[in-house]
Design a protein around this ligand. Sequence first.
Ligand code: OAD
Length: 247
Amino acid sequence: MRVLVVTGAGISAESGIPTFRGTGGYWRNLDPTKLATQSAFDSDPEIVWQWYRERRDMIRRAEPNEAHRAVAKLSAAADEFFLLTQNVDDLHDRADWNGYRIPEDQIAHVHGDIFTTKCERGDYTRLESTDDDLKNVRNGVPMCPTCGARMRPGVVWFGEGLDPRIVARADNFVRARPCDAVIVVGTTVAFDYIVHWTRLAAGRRGRIIEINPDDQFLGALNAEWVREPAAKGLPRLVDELTSRRYS
Ligand code: OAD
């Protein structure tokens, strides 16, 4: 079985991480889709950093849910597996199924990693998975220790291009051979590249299965729609797909 899983903010909703769009998405009356932009950072870097620090704290305290564990199970059971996640949290990386975690080379964080802080001007980058480094902070904004420029979260903002190394890894997997199943979970599928990878991966015969309790976005690709929250619908689907191997 060859499988591609594509995830969005909805898969982490049941771990307590608010999604970008929809109920609970707003933060202090601000729209996250406007905060995650270069122009928001240019006009008020402090507020943008406050939002990211709160999200980092929330993610550090959060635990992977049954849906993240089901993805790990699928990774263990499939002959060939790849996960494209739009999420900048690390819940997929921490999720385990009977002690098994998804290998790093099977996960691509398309929109980056929230715990990375990078210099706006140069190459300096650091990881802050356990705690934010509050040294060199001016008005709530960390400054680069090597060149003094502002530092920003190492995530992809709206209007920015993707990391070409991530694009290459995704392309390699989806172009190699068609998948038996492409499972798309908890996303509004707002980006053309997500539709493109889904379509290419499924080829002419692969199933496309969308899990979302509220809406369907891939009807045009003839996707099957599992209208349930991820932590309910995904474990059941994974049990079905893997039943032959584990029965
Ligand atoms: P969105 O916030 O746009 O969409 C989350 C989706 O999850 C919605 O369609 C919800 O209906 C659905 N949902 C909510 N609860 C769910 C649950 N328990 N189980 C399954 N689905 C659920 O998030 P994304 O599509 O991930 O990009 O957004 C994509 C990108 O836009 C993000 O990576 C980020 C964002 O702005 C950048 O920052 C560039």
